[in-house]
Design a protein around this ligand. Structure first.
Ligand SMILES: Cc1cc2nc3c(=O)[nH]c(=O)nc-3n(C[C@H](O)[C@H](O)[C@H](O)COP(=O)(O)OP(=O)(O)OC[C@H]3O[C@@H](n4cnc5c(N)ncnc54)[C@H](O)[C@@H]3O)c2cc1C
Length: 548
Protein backbone atom coordinates (compact mmCIF):
# COMPACT_ATOMS: atom_id res chain seq x y z
CA UNK A 1 0.00 0.00 0.00
CA UNK A 2 1.17 3.53 -0.62
CA UNK A 3 2.43 5.47 2.32
CA UNK A 4 1.12 8.94 2.74
CA UNK A 5 1.08 10.81 5.99
CA UNK A 6 -2.03 12.48 7.26
CA UNK A 7 -5.21 11.82 9.06
CA UNK A 8 -6.46 9.57 6.31
CA UNK A 9 -3.18 8.40 4.89
CA UNK A 10 -2.64 4.66 5.20
CA UNK A 11 -0.93 3.81 8.42
CA UNK A 12 2.67 2.78 8.24
CA UNK A 13 2.89 1.65 11.84
CA UNK A 14 0.33 -1.12 11.84
CA UNK A 15 -0.77 -0.30 15.32
CA UNK A 16 -3.68 -1.35 17.30
CA UNK A 17 -2.93 0.19 20.60
CA UNK A 18 -4.56 -0.19 23.96
CA UNK A 19 -6.23 -3.51 23.34
CA UNK A 20 -5.77 -4.75 26.85
CA UNK A 21 -8.21 -6.46 29.14
CA UNK A 22 -11.57 -5.23 28.03
CA UNK A 23 -14.26 -7.07 29.72
CA UNK A 24 -13.46 -6.89 33.39
CA UNK A 25 -16.09 -5.35 35.63
CA UNK A 26 -15.84 -3.01 38.56
CA UNK A 27 -16.54 0.57 39.39
CA UNK A 28 -13.11 1.90 38.52
CA UNK A 29 -13.31 0.48 35.03
CA UNK A 30 -16.70 2.09 34.74
CA UNK A 31 -18.58 -0.86 33.37
CA UNK A 32 -22.35 -0.89 33.34
CA UNK A 33 -24.51 -1.96 36.14
CA UNK A 34 -24.12 1.25 38.09
CA UNK A 35 -25.47 3.40 35.28
CA UNK A 36 -26.57 6.69 36.74
CA UNK A 37 -30.17 7.67 36.41
CA UNK A 38 -31.63 11.07 35.92
CA UNK A 39 -31.16 13.43 38.77
CA UNK A 40 -28.04 12.00 40.42
CA UNK A 41 -25.89 14.59 42.18
CA UNK A 42 -22.14 14.58 42.68
CA UNK A 43 -21.55 11.95 45.34
CA UNK A 44 -18.81 12.53 47.84
CA UNK A 45 -16.58 9.75 46.60
CA UNK A 46 -12.89 9.40 46.18
CA UNK A 47 -11.64 10.05 42.63
CA UNK A 48 -11.62 6.96 40.41
CA UNK A 49 -8.48 4.97 39.83
CA UNK A 50 -6.37 6.80 37.27
CA UNK A 51 -7.97 10.18 38.00
CA UNK A 52 -5.66 13.14 38.41
CA UNK A 53 -5.55 16.90 38.64
CA UNK A 54 -2.63 18.27 36.68
CA UNK A 55 -1.56 21.89 36.84
CA UNK A 56 1.17 23.99 35.29
CA UNK A 57 4.57 22.96 36.58
CA UNK A 58 3.55 19.32 36.76
CA UNK A 59 5.81 17.25 34.47
CA UNK A 60 2.70 15.76 32.83
CA UNK A 61 1.14 19.10 31.97
CA UNK A 62 2.84 19.90 28.65
CA UNK A 63 2.38 16.42 27.22
CA UNK A 64 -1.35 16.56 27.77
CA UNK A 65 -2.00 19.92 26.15
CA UNK A 66 -2.21 18.64 22.62
CA UNK A 67 -4.43 16.18 20.86
CA UNK A 68 -3.75 14.69 17.45
CA UNK A 69 -3.33 17.99 15.60
CA UNK A 70 -0.24 19.76 16.85
CA UNK A 71 -1.40 23.08 15.46
CA UNK A 72 -3.29 23.57 18.69
CA UNK A 73 -2.08 23.54 22.28
CA UNK A 74 -4.35 24.67 25.07
CA UNK A 75 -3.50 26.75 28.12
CA UNK A 76 -5.86 25.44 30.82
CA UNK A 77 -5.47 26.15 34.53
CA UNK A 78 -6.06 22.49 35.14
CA UNK A 79 -6.20 19.23 33.30
CA UNK A 80 -8.63 16.93 35.05
CA UNK A 81 -8.11 13.31 34.20
CA UNK A 82 -11.41 11.57 34.91
CA UNK A 83 -11.79 7.85 35.54
CA UNK A 84 -15.46 7.63 36.52
CA UNK A 85 -18.73 9.39 35.91
CA UNK A 86 -18.47 10.79 39.42
CA UNK A 87 -15.11 12.37 38.58
CA UNK A 88 -16.81 14.06 35.64
CA UNK A 89 -19.73 15.28 37.77
CA UNK A 90 -17.25 16.77 40.22
CA UNK A 91 -15.22 18.52 37.52
CA UNK A 92 -18.28 19.96 35.79
CA UNK A 93 -19.70 21.12 39.13
CA UNK A 94 -16.47 22.94 39.88
CA UNK A 95 -16.44 24.52 36.44
CA UNK A 96 -20.01 25.73 36.99
CA UNK A 97 -19.29 27.15 40.41
CA UNK A 98 -16.09 28.87 39.40
CA UNK A 99 -17.45 30.10 36.06
CA UNK A 100 -14.61 28.43 34.19
CA UNK A 101 -15.05 27.10 30.69
CA UNK A 102 -14.58 23.34 30.51
CA UNK A 103 -13.94 21.11 27.49
CA UNK A 104 -14.08 17.32 27.47
CA UNK A 105 -11.49 15.48 25.42
CA UNK A 106 -11.78 11.77 24.66
CA UNK A 107 -9.66 10.61 21.73
CA UNK A 108 -8.23 14.07 20.98
CA UNK A 109 -8.80 13.75 17.23
CA UNK A 110 -10.70 16.98 16.70
CA UNK A 111 -9.68 18.77 13.49
CA UNK A 112 -10.10 22.16 15.16
CA UNK A 113 -9.07 23.72 18.49
CA UNK A 114 -12.28 22.89 20.34
CA UNK A 115 -10.48 21.42 23.33
CA UNK A 116 -7.40 23.63 23.02
CA UNK A 117 -8.98 27.05 22.69
CA UNK A 118 -7.27 29.57 25.01
CA UNK A 119 -10.67 30.19 26.65
CA UNK A 120 -10.80 26.62 27.99
CA UNK A 121 -9.69 26.84 31.63
CA UNK A 122 -10.45 23.25 32.57
CA UNK A 123 -9.53 20.47 30.20
CA UNK A 124 -11.28 17.23 31.05
CA UNK A 125 -9.29 14.24 29.83
CA UNK A 126 -11.54 11.19 29.62
CA UNK A 127 -8.99 8.76 28.26
CA UNK A 128 -9.01 6.45 31.30
CA UNK A 129 -12.77 5.93 30.87
CA UNK A 130 -12.34 3.41 28.11
CA UNK A 131 -14.32 0.32 29.09
CA UNK A 132 -16.46 -1.53 26.57
CA UNK A 133 -18.90 -4.17 27.76
CA UNK A 134 -22.37 -5.64 27.59
CA UNK A 135 -25.05 -4.22 29.84
CA UNK A 136 -27.75 -6.89 30.31
CA UNK A 137 -30.08 -4.44 32.06
CA UNK A 138 -30.27 -2.27 28.98
CA UNK A 139 -29.73 -5.09 26.50
CA UNK A 140 -27.09 -2.92 24.91
CA UNK A 141 -23.34 -2.57 24.66
CA UNK A 142 -21.92 0.14 26.88
CA UNK A 143 -19.00 2.12 25.52
CA UNK A 144 -17.17 4.66 27.61
CA UNK A 145 -16.10 7.83 25.79
CA UNK A 146 -12.36 7.33 26.20
CA UNK A 147 -12.48 4.00 24.33
CA UNK A 148 -10.68 4.31 21.04
CA UNK A 149 -12.42 2.84 18.02
CA UNK A 150 -9.75 0.14 17.87
CA UNK A 151 -10.66 -0.86 21.40
CA UNK A 152 -14.38 -0.79 20.64
CA UNK A 153 -13.97 -3.02 17.59
CA UNK A 154 -11.72 -5.44 19.37
CA UNK A 155 -13.96 -5.76 22.42
CA UNK A 156 -17.14 -6.22 20.39
CA UNK A 157 -15.47 -8.73 18.10
CA UNK A 158 -13.67 -10.74 20.73
CA UNK A 159 -16.57 -10.93 23.13
CA UNK A 160 -19.57 -11.31 20.85
CA UNK A 161 -18.58 -11.33 17.16
CA UNK A 162 -20.42 -8.07 16.52
CA UNK A 163 -19.39 -4.65 15.31
CA UNK A 164 -20.53 -1.09 14.63
CA UNK A 165 -20.23 0.92 11.42
CA UNK A 166 -17.91 3.52 12.91
CA UNK A 167 -14.73 5.15 11.65
CA UNK A 168 -11.59 3.66 10.21
CA UNK A 169 -8.98 5.24 12.44
CA UNK A 170 -8.33 3.03 15.48
CA UNK A 171 -7.15 5.96 17.61
CA UNK A 172 -10.22 8.17 17.24
CA UNK A 173 -12.19 8.30 20.49
CA UNK A 174 -15.79 7.18 20.84
CA UNK A 175 -16.47 10.35 22.86
CA UNK A 176 -16.39 12.85 20.02
CA UNK A 177 -16.85 10.43 17.14
CA UNK A 178 -20.21 8.96 18.12
CA UNK A 179 -21.76 12.31 19.08
CA UNK A 180 -20.81 13.73 15.69
CA UNK A 181 -22.42 10.88 13.74
CA UNK A 182 -19.38 8.71 12.98
CA UNK A 183 -19.21 6.60 9.84
CA UNK A 184 -16.74 4.25 8.25
CA UNK A 185 -16.05 1.20 6.07
CA UNK A 186 -19.29 -0.61 6.99
CA UNK A 187 -21.62 2.40 6.81
CA UNK A 188 -22.89 1.79 3.30
CA UNK A 189 -23.96 -1.61 4.55
CA UNK A 190 -25.12 -0.84 8.10
CA UNK A 191 -25.62 2.93 8.36
CA UNK A 192 -23.94 5.43 10.62
CA UNK A 193 -22.87 4.44 14.12
CA UNK A 194 -25.62 6.69 15.52
CA UNK A 195 -28.21 4.62 13.70
CA UNK A 196 -27.31 2.00 16.33
CA UNK A 197 -27.19 4.37 19.30
CA UNK A 198 -29.65 3.27 21.93
CA UNK A 199 -28.80 5.74 24.66
CA UNK A 200 -26.36 8.08 26.32
CA UNK A 201 -25.38 8.93 29.85
CA UNK A 202 -24.50 12.61 29.99
CA UNK A 203 -23.23 14.83 32.77
CA UNK A 204 -25.16 18.04 32.26
CA UNK A 205 -24.91 21.51 33.77
CA UNK A 206 -28.56 22.50 33.76
CA UNK A 207 -28.50 23.89 37.29
CA UNK A 208 -26.43 26.80 38.48
CA UNK A 209 -24.69 25.09 41.34
CA UNK A 210 -24.09 21.47 40.46
CA UNK A 211 -23.84 19.06 37.60
CA UNK A 212 -25.88 15.89 37.42
CA UNK A 213 -26.06 12.70 35.41
CA UNK A 214 -28.87 12.08 32.96
CA UNK A 215 -29.63 8.97 30.97
CA UNK A 216 -31.38 9.58 27.65
CA UNK A 217 -32.53 6.89 25.24
CA UNK A 218 -34.27 6.65 21.89
CA UNK A 219 -37.35 5.06 23.51
CA UNK A 220 -40.35 7.10 22.34
CA UNK A 221 -41.59 7.65 25.88
CA UNK A 222 -38.25 8.71 27.31
CA UNK A 223 -38.66 12.23 28.74
CA UNK A 224 -35.01 12.93 27.86
CA UNK A 225 -35.23 11.67 24.32
CA UNK A 226 -34.22 15.08 22.95
CA UNK A 227 -30.82 14.68 24.60
CA UNK A 228 -30.34 11.29 22.95
CA UNK A 229 -31.33 12.81 19.60
CA UNK A 230 -28.79 15.62 19.97
CA UNK A 231 -26.08 12.97 20.31
CA UNK A 232 -26.92 11.33 17.01
CA UNK A 233 -24.95 13.87 15.00
CA UNK A 234 -25.18 17.14 16.94
CA UNK A 235 -21.45 16.98 17.63
CA UNK A 236 -19.32 16.82 20.77
CA UNK A 237 -18.70 19.63 23.21
CA UNK A 238 -22.23 21.01 23.05
CA UNK A 239 -24.69 19.60 25.56
CA UNK A 240 -22.67 18.11 28.41
CA UNK A 241 -20.10 15.37 28.89
CA UNK A 242 -21.04 11.94 27.59
CA UNK A 243 -19.85 9.37 30.08
CA UNK A 244 -21.38 6.34 28.39
CA UNK A 245 -22.93 5.35 25.09
CA UNK A 246 -25.21 2.35 24.71
CA UNK A 247 -25.35 0.62 21.36
CA UNK A 248 -28.08 -1.66 20.07
CA UNK A 249 -29.45 -1.87 16.53
CA UNK A 250 -32.97 -0.46 16.27
CA UNK A 251 -34.44 -3.65 14.83
CA UNK A 252 -32.66 -5.99 17.26
CA UNK A 253 -34.84 -8.25 19.38
CA UNK A 254 -34.18 -10.68 22.20
CA UNK A 255 -31.37 -10.60 24.67
CA UNK A 256 -28.65 -12.55 22.93
CA UNK A 257 -25.88 -9.94 22.71
CA UNK A 258 -24.43 -11.51 19.58
CA UNK A 259 -27.62 -10.49 17.75
CA UNK A 260 -27.96 -6.94 19.01
CA UNK A 261 -25.47 -5.31 16.64
CA UNK A 262 -24.36 -6.13 13.08
CA UNK A 263 -22.25 -9.27 12.78
CA UNK A 264 -18.58 -8.65 12.48
CA UNK A 265 -17.02 -9.72 9.19
CA UNK A 266 -14.70 -12.68 9.56
CA UNK A 267 -12.25 -11.41 7.00
CA UNK A 268 -11.82 -8.19 5.15
CA UNK A 269 -10.73 -8.02 1.56
CA UNK A 270 -8.84 -4.90 0.58
CA UNK A 271 -8.14 -3.89 -3.00
CA UNK A 272 -6.18 -1.05 -4.40
CA UNK A 273 -6.03 0.34 -7.89
CA UNK A 274 -3.15 2.73 -8.48
CA UNK A 275 -2.97 5.20 -11.33
CA UNK A 276 0.42 6.82 -11.83
CA UNK A 277 0.29 10.60 -11.61
CA UNK A 278 2.59 11.15 -14.59
CA UNK A 279 2.40 12.69 -18.06
CA UNK A 280 -0.29 10.18 -19.09
CA UNK A 281 -2.59 11.65 -16.47
CA UNK A 282 -3.65 14.59 -18.60
CA UNK A 283 -6.35 16.98 -17.52
CA UNK A 284 -8.81 14.97 -19.60
CA UNK A 285 -7.76 11.67 -17.97
CA UNK A 286 -7.79 13.20 -14.50
CA UNK A 287 -11.21 14.78 -14.75
CA UNK A 288 -12.63 11.63 -16.31
CA UNK A 289 -11.29 9.51 -13.47
CA UNK A 290 -12.78 11.72 -10.76
CA UNK A 291 -16.09 12.04 -12.59
CA UNK A 292 -16.27 8.27 -13.01
CA UNK A 293 -15.73 7.68 -9.31
CA UNK A 294 -18.61 10.04 -8.58
CA UNK A 295 -20.88 8.57 -11.22
CA UNK A 296 -20.35 5.07 -9.89
CA UNK A 297 -21.45 6.27 -6.47
CA UNK A 298 -24.48 8.03 -7.91
CA UNK A 299 -25.56 4.71 -9.41
CA UNK A 300 -24.68 2.32 -6.61
CA UNK A 301 -25.58 3.99 -3.36
CA UNK A 302 -29.22 3.07 -2.86
CA UNK A 303 -29.97 1.41 0.47
CA UNK A 304 -29.87 -2.33 -0.08
CA UNK A 305 -27.86 -2.09 -3.30
CA UNK A 306 -25.73 -5.21 -3.80
CA UNK A 307 -22.84 -2.75 -4.10
CA UNK A 308 -23.49 -1.25 -0.65
CA UNK A 309 -20.98 -3.73 0.78
CA UNK A 310 -18.18 -1.94 -1.09
CA UNK A 311 -16.43 0.96 0.61
CA UNK A 312 -14.20 2.88 -1.76
CA UNK A 313 -11.89 5.81 -1.14
CA UNK A 314 -10.23 7.70 -3.95
CA UNK A 315 -7.07 9.32 -2.66
CA UNK A 316 -5.77 12.04 -4.95
CA UNK A 317 -2.46 13.50 -3.87
CA UNK A 318 -1.16 16.67 -5.44
CA UNK A 319 0.86 15.86 -8.54
CA UNK A 320 4.32 14.95 -7.34
CA UNK A 321 2.99 13.80 -3.95
CA UNK A 322 2.19 10.22 -4.90
CA UNK A 323 -0.12 8.32 -7.22
CA UNK A 324 -3.89 8.41 -7.44
CA UNK A 325 -5.12 5.43 -5.49
CA UNK A 326 -8.51 3.88 -5.06
CA UNK A 327 -8.80 1.72 -1.97
CA UNK A 328 -11.75 -0.62 -1.74
CA UNK A 329 -12.66 -2.53 1.39
CA UNK A 330 -15.36 -5.11 1.88
CA UNK A 331 -16.37 -8.05 3.99
CA UNK A 332 -14.66 -10.89 2.13
CA UNK A 333 -17.90 -12.89 2.34
CA UNK A 334 -19.91 -10.42 0.23
CA UNK A 335 -21.24 -12.51 -2.69
CA UNK A 336 -19.66 -11.80 -6.05
CA UNK A 337 -17.18 -9.41 -4.52
CA UNK A 338 -14.33 -9.80 -7.00
CA UNK A 339 -16.66 -9.21 -9.93
CA UNK A 340 -18.18 -6.08 -8.38
CA UNK A 341 -14.79 -4.63 -7.55
CA UNK A 342 -13.48 -5.41 -11.04
CA UNK A 343 -16.50 -3.57 -12.43
CA UNK A 344 -15.82 -0.62 -10.15
CA UNK A 345 -12.15 -0.43 -11.13
CA UNK A 346 -13.02 -0.61 -14.79
CA UNK A 347 -15.81 2.00 -14.44
CA UNK A 348 -13.50 4.43 -12.68
CA UNK A 349 -10.72 4.05 -15.23
CA UNK A 350 -12.99 4.09 -18.30
CA UNK A 351 -12.00 6.65 -20.90
CA UNK A 352 -8.82 7.71 -19.14
CA UNK A 353 -6.46 5.68 -21.31
CA UNK A 354 -4.40 4.96 -18.19
CA UNK A 355 -4.24 1.44 -16.80
CA UNK A 356 -4.11 1.07 -13.01
CA UNK A 357 -1.97 -1.40 -11.16
CA UNK A 358 -4.41 -3.53 -9.17
CA UNK A 359 -3.67 -5.51 -6.07
CA UNK A 360 -5.64 -7.13 -3.27
CA UNK A 361 -5.27 -9.02 -0.06
CA UNK A 362 -7.53 -10.72 2.42
CA UNK A 363 -6.87 -10.34 6.12
CA UNK A 364 -8.61 -11.42 9.30
CA UNK A 365 -11.03 -8.69 10.41
CA UNK A 366 -9.10 -7.47 13.43
CA UNK A 367 -5.89 -7.20 11.47
CA UNK A 368 -7.65 -4.97 9.01
CA UNK A 369 -8.53 -2.37 11.58
CA UNK A 370 -5.30 -0.52 11.23
CA UNK A 371 -6.30 0.80 7.85
CA UNK A 372 -6.44 3.63 6.93
CA UNK A 373 -5.96 5.50 10.18
CA UNK A 374 -3.05 7.47 11.43
CA UNK A 375 -1.15 6.98 14.63
CA UNK A 376 -1.73 7.89 18.23
CA UNK A 377 -2.33 11.40 19.41
CA UNK A 378 0.70 13.55 18.89
CA UNK A 379 2.84 11.04 17.08
CA UNK A 380 5.02 11.94 14.12
CA UNK A 381 6.50 14.52 16.53
CA UNK A 382 4.49 17.46 15.37
CA UNK A 383 1.84 16.56 12.88
CA UNK A 384 -0.11 19.60 11.79
CA UNK A 385 -3.09 19.55 9.52
CA UNK A 386 -6.00 21.45 8.14
CA UNK A 387 -8.93 19.61 6.63
CA UNK A 388 -12.00 20.98 4.97
CA UNK A 389 -14.86 18.86 3.77
CA UNK A 390 -18.21 18.56 2.06
CA UNK A 391 -20.95 16.10 1.28
CA UNK A 392 -21.55 15.21 -2.35
CA UNK A 393 -24.92 14.17 -3.70
CA UNK A 394 -23.40 13.49 -7.07
CA UNK A 395 -20.18 13.90 -8.99
CA UNK A 396 -18.47 17.29 -9.13
CA UNK A 397 -19.54 19.63 -11.92
CA UNK A 398 -17.25 19.98 -14.93
CA UNK A 399 -16.13 23.37 -13.66
CA UNK A 400 -15.19 21.85 -10.28
CA UNK A 401 -13.26 19.05 -11.96
CA UNK A 402 -11.23 21.57 -13.93
CA UNK A 403 -10.62 23.62 -10.79
CA UNK A 404 -9.50 20.53 -8.89
CA UNK A 405 -7.02 19.68 -11.63
CA UNK A 406 -5.59 23.15 -11.59
CA UNK A 407 -5.13 23.27 -7.78
CA UNK A 408 -3.63 19.80 -7.64
CA UNK A 409 -1.09 20.57 -10.33
CA UNK A 410 -0.06 24.08 -9.29
CA UNK A 411 3.40 24.79 -7.96
CA UNK A 412 2.42 25.66 -4.39
CA UNK A 413 4.91 24.89 -1.64
CA UNK A 414 2.69 22.25 -0.09
CA UNK A 415 4.01 18.73 0.03
CA UNK A 416 1.17 16.60 1.38
CA UNK A 417 -1.96 18.19 0.07
CA UNK A 418 -4.74 16.41 -1.71
CA UNK A 419 -8.29 15.29 -2.01
CA UNK A 420 -10.06 12.27 -0.66
CA UNK A 421 -13.40 11.06 -1.93
CA UNK A 422 -15.02 8.69 0.51
CA UNK A 423 -17.91 6.44 -0.48
CA UNK A 424 -21.06 7.03 1.55
CA UNK A 425 -24.81 6.49 1.16
CA UNK A 426 -26.24 2.97 1.04
CA UNK A 427 -27.89 2.10 4.35
CA UNK A 428 -27.06 5.58 5.71
CA UNK A 429 -29.68 6.87 3.30
CA UNK A 430 -32.37 4.52 4.57
CA UNK A 431 -32.87 6.78 7.60
CA UNK A 432 -35.06 9.88 7.44
CA UNK A 433 -33.17 13.19 7.76
CA UNK A 434 -34.91 14.27 10.99
CA UNK A 435 -34.81 10.87 12.70
CA UNK A 436 -31.32 11.66 13.93
CA UNK A 437 -29.29 14.85 14.07
CA UNK A 438 -27.31 13.58 11.07
CA UNK A 439 -29.32 15.52 8.51
CA UNK A 440 -27.53 14.55 5.29
CA UNK A 441 -29.31 11.39 4.22
CA UNK A 442 -29.06 11.41 0.47
CA UNK A 443 -25.37 12.09 -0.09
CA UNK A 444 -23.31 9.44 -1.86
CA UNK A 445 -19.79 10.63 -0.98
CA UNK A 446 -17.88 12.85 1.39
CA UNK A 447 -14.94 14.78 0.06
CA UNK A 448 -12.03 15.93 2.19
CA UNK A 449 -9.56 18.63 1.20
CA UNK A 450 -6.47 18.10 3.26
CA UNK A 451 -2.97 19.24 3.83
CA UNK A 452 -0.57 17.82 6.39
CA UNK A 453 2.81 19.14 7.43
CA UNK A 454 5.17 19.10 10.37
CA UNK A 455 6.96 22.43 10.59
CA UNK A 456 5.22 25.43 12.13
CA UNK A 457 6.96 27.66 9.60
CA UNK A 458 4.90 26.01 6.88
CA UNK A 459 1.57 26.87 8.51
CA UNK A 460 0.81 29.90 6.39
CA UNK A 461 1.53 28.25 3.03
CA UNK A 462 -0.50 25.17 3.86
CA UNK A 463 -3.46 27.05 5.26
CA UNK A 464 -3.50 29.43 2.31
CA UNK A 465 -3.41 26.57 -0.17
CA UNK A 466 -6.22 24.49 1.27
CA UNK A 467 -8.41 27.51 1.93
CA UNK A 468 -7.86 28.85 -1.55
CA UNK A 469 -8.57 25.46 -3.10
CA UNK A 470 -11.83 25.09 -1.21
CA UNK A 471 -12.98 28.59 -1.98
CA UNK A 472 -12.29 28.03 -5.68
CA UNK A 473 -14.22 24.74 -5.67
CA UNK A 474 -17.30 26.46 -4.28
CA UNK A 475 -16.84 29.76 -6.07
CA UNK A 476 -20.44 29.69 -7.32
CA UNK A 477 -21.85 29.45 -3.80
CA UNK A 478 -19.84 31.92 -1.77
CA UNK A 479 -16.86 29.66 -1.19
CA UNK A 480 -18.70 26.94 0.75
CA UNK A 481 -20.70 23.79 -0.14
CA UNK A 482 -24.20 25.22 0.11
CA UNK A 483 -26.82 22.44 -0.09
CA UNK A 484 -27.92 22.09 -3.69
CA UNK A 485 -27.84 19.66 -6.57
CA UNK A 486 -24.20 18.62 -6.08
CA UNK A 487 -23.18 19.59 -2.54
CA UNK A 488 -24.98 19.10 0.73
CA UNK A 489 -23.10 21.09 3.32
CA UNK A 490 -20.52 19.41 5.50
CA UNK A 491 -19.99 16.96 8.34
CA UNK A 492 -19.64 18.21 11.92
CA UNK A 493 -17.06 15.55 12.76
CA UNK A 494 -14.92 17.26 10.11
CA UNK A 495 -15.33 20.71 11.66
CA UNK A 496 -13.91 23.68 9.80
CA UNK A 497 -14.02 26.98 11.69
CA UNK A 498 -13.71 28.86 8.39
CA UNK A 499 -17.35 28.05 7.66
CA UNK A 500 -18.31 30.45 10.46
CA UNK A 501 -15.91 33.13 9.25
CA UNK A 502 -17.46 35.68 6.89
CA UNK A 503 -14.07 36.07 5.22
CA UNK A 504 -14.34 32.47 3.98
CA UNK A 505 -18.07 31.92 3.94
CA UNK A 506 -19.61 34.55 1.71
CA UNK A 507 -22.66 32.52 0.87
CA UNK A 508 -25.05 34.13 3.29
CA UNK A 509 -25.84 30.61 4.50
CA UNK A 510 -24.85 30.25 8.15
CA UNK A 511 -22.34 27.62 9.20
CA UNK A 512 -24.99 25.74 11.17
CA UNK A 513 -27.19 25.27 8.10
CA UNK A 514 -24.19 23.79 6.31
CA UNK A 515 -23.70 21.26 9.09
CA UNK A 516 -27.19 20.64 10.44
CA UNK A 517 -29.60 21.86 7.79
CA UNK A 518 -33.14 22.00 9.23
CA UNK A 519 -32.10 20.26 12.43
CA UNK A 520 -30.39 23.29 13.93
CA UNK A 521 -33.40 24.87 15.71
CA UNK A 522 -34.08 21.52 17.36
CA UNK A 523 -30.46 21.34 18.54
CA UNK A 524 -30.79 24.85 19.89
CA UNK A 525 -33.81 23.82 21.93
CA UNK A 526 -31.84 20.88 23.37
CA UNK A 527 -28.99 23.23 24.18
CA UNK A 528 -31.33 25.65 25.95
CA UNK A 529 -32.75 22.85 28.05
CA UNK A 530 -29.59 21.01 29.03
CA UNK A 531 -26.84 23.64 28.94
CA UNK A 532 -28.70 26.88 29.67
CA UNK A 533 -25.57 28.59 31.02
CA UNK A 534 -23.55 27.82 27.90
CA UNK A 535 -20.83 26.04 29.85
CA UNK A 536 -19.94 23.84 26.88
CA UNK A 537 -18.91 25.87 23.89
CA UNK A 538 -16.41 26.18 21.05
CA UNK A 539 -16.11 27.93 17.71
CA UNK A 540 -18.85 25.85 16.10
CA UNK A 541 -20.99 25.08 19.12
CA UNK A 542 -24.76 25.15 19.08
CA UNK A 543 -26.17 28.41 20.42
CA UNK A 544 -29.22 28.18 22.69
CA UNK A 545 -32.34 29.20 20.86
CA UNK A 546 -33.08 32.83 21.70
CA UNK A 547 -36.23 33.35 23.72
CA UNK A 548 -39.21 34.12 21.46
C1 LIG B 1 -6.93 10.52 11.87
C2 LIG B 1 -8.39 10.77 11.87
C3 LIG B 1 -9.21 9.82 11.29
C4 LIG B 1 -10.59 10.01 11.30
N1 LIG B 1 -11.39 9.06 10.72
C5 LIG B 1 -12.73 9.21 10.75
C6 LIG B 1 -13.59 8.25 10.16
O1 LIG B 1 -13.15 7.25 9.61
N2 LIG B 1 -14.92 8.46 10.24
C7 LIG B 1 -15.46 9.56 10.85
O2 LIG B 1 -16.68 9.67 10.92
N3 LIG B 1 -14.66 10.50 11.41
C8 LIG B 1 -13.33 10.36 11.37
N4 LIG B 1 -12.53 11.31 11.93
C9 LIG B 1 -13.15 12.46 12.58
C10 LIG B 1 -13.54 12.10 14.03
O3 LIG B 1 -14.78 11.40 14.02
C11 LIG B 1 -13.71 13.37 14.86
O4 LIG B 1 -12.49 14.07 14.87
C12 LIG B 1 -14.17 13.06 16.29
O5 LIG B 1 -14.86 14.15 16.82
C13 LIG B 1 -13.01 12.71 17.17
O6 LIG B 1 -13.43 12.31 18.43
P1 LIG B 1 -12.35 12.26 19.62
O7 LIG B 1 -13.04 11.88 20.85
O8 LIG B 1 -11.17 11.47 19.17
O9 LIG B 1 -11.87 13.78 19.63
P2 LIG B 1 -11.81 14.91 20.77
O10 LIG B 1 -10.83 15.90 20.22
O11 LIG B 1 -11.52 14.33 22.10
O12 LIG B 1 -13.26 15.52 20.76
C14 LIG B 1 -13.86 16.09 19.64
C15 LIG B 1 -14.99 17.02 20.08
O13 LIG B 1 -15.93 16.28 20.85
C16 LIG B 1 -15.97 16.77 22.18
N5 LIG B 1 -16.01 15.62 23.08
C17 LIG B 1 -15.04 14.69 23.26
N6 LIG B 1 -15.44 13.80 24.16
C18 LIG B 1 -16.67 14.16 24.56
C19 LIG B 1 -17.59 13.62 25.48
N7 LIG B 1 -17.30 12.53 26.18
N8 LIG B 1 -18.77 14.25 25.66
C20 LIG B 1 -19.08 15.36 24.95
N9 LIG B 1 -18.24 15.91 24.07
C21 LIG B 1 -17.04 15.32 23.87
C22 LIG B 1 -14.73 17.59 22.37
O14 LIG B 1 -14.91 18.58 23.38
C23 LIG B 1 -14.55 18.16 20.99
O15 LIG B 1 -15.41 19.25 20.80
C24 LIG B 1 -11.14 11.16 11.91
C25 LIG B 1 -10.30 12.12 12.49
C26 LIG B 1 -8.94 11.93 12.46
C27 LIG B 1 -8.04 12.97 13.06
Amino acid sequence: MTDRPGPYGPNRRGLLASAGALLAGGAASGLPGAAGSAGGAAPAQAPGRGAAVIRRGDPRYASLLRGDNFRFAGDPDEIRVAATTEDVVRAVTEALRSGRRIAPRSGGHCFEDFTADPGVRLLLDLSPMDAVGYDPERRAFAVRPGATLGRVYRALFTGWGVTVPAGACPEVGAGGHFAGGGYGPLSRRYGSVVDHLHGVEVVVADRADRARTVVATREPDDPHRDLWWAHTGGGGGNFGVVTRYWLRSPDATGDDPSRLLPPSPRELKGYQAVWAWDERMTEQAFTTLLRNFGTWHERHSEPGSPYAGLYAILSVARRGGGPITMFVQADAAVPDLDRMVAELVSAVGAGTGVEPAVDHRTVPWLHALTWPGAGAAGDMFSRRYKLKAAYLRRSYTDAQLTTAYSWLTDGAAVSHGGLLFVGYGGQVNAVAPGATATAQRDAVMKVVYQTVWTDEREDAANLAWVRGFYRAMYADTGGVPVPGEVSDGSYINYPDADLADPAWNRSGVPWHTLYYKDGYPRLQAVKARWDPYGLFRHTLSVEPRPAP
